[in-house]
Design a protein. Structure first.
Length: 173
């Protein structure tokens, strides 16, 4: 397998999109779907995190920031669930993921090469920030479709970046 940052980006986008869509599905079909959601995320995020490790020295700081932050966020969700910290659950399982996206995409926009890529990630950061703000005001505001929204504003930007990165690298090279 010829592992590149390009293929890693594709896997991040695919796993995030699918995991959010499965989260939405489990939320509508399982009475107590927290375990299924947590294990889905652990398994899905294991793919790009392990790929990041395999990329090794070819990975840049951006890759390591995303991998590390993702591991921390998933561990935090497991901790809140295991501790049955009911007061933290709305924040941990909902608002945190919008804040995570806002911070991660803002950092990505700052370090990405190419103006189209910077705009894509800045827009994603802004949309995630708006989502976080809405949930901070009322944690039920996006109930019923928030994970579809997260798939669109977190997974899809990474998938859209795949051709933008190719285009930027072709112009630069």
């Amino acid at each position: 397998m010829n592992l590149t940052r390009q293929s890693l980006l594709l896997w991040w986008g695919l796993t995030v999109t699918v995991a959010y869509l499965l989260t939405e599905y489990f939320g509508h079909t399982l009475e107590h779907g927290h375990d299924a959601v947590l294990w889905t995320w652990a398994g899905a995020m294991l793919i790009p995190v392990v790929m990041s490790l395999l990329l090794g020295s070819r990975a840049n700081a951006l890759v390591w920031v995303w991998a590390g932050a993702t591991v921390l966020a998933v561990v935090e969700n497991f901790w809140v669930h295991a501790a049955e910290a009911k007061a933290l659950m709305p924040f941990s399982f909902h608002t945190l993921w919008f804040l995570f996206g806002a911070a991660g995409f803002a950092y990505t926009a700052a370090v990405a090469e190419g103006s189209a890529r910077k705009r894509l990630y800045a827009g994603a950061a802004l949309l995630n920030l708006v989502g976080a703000g809405l949930l901070l005001v009322n944690h039920d505001f996006l109930k019923g479709y928030q994970f579809i929204l997260l798939a669109l504003i977190q997974g899809v930007p990474m998938l859209l970046d795949v051709p933008l990165r190719r285009q930027h690298e072709a112009q630069a090279g």
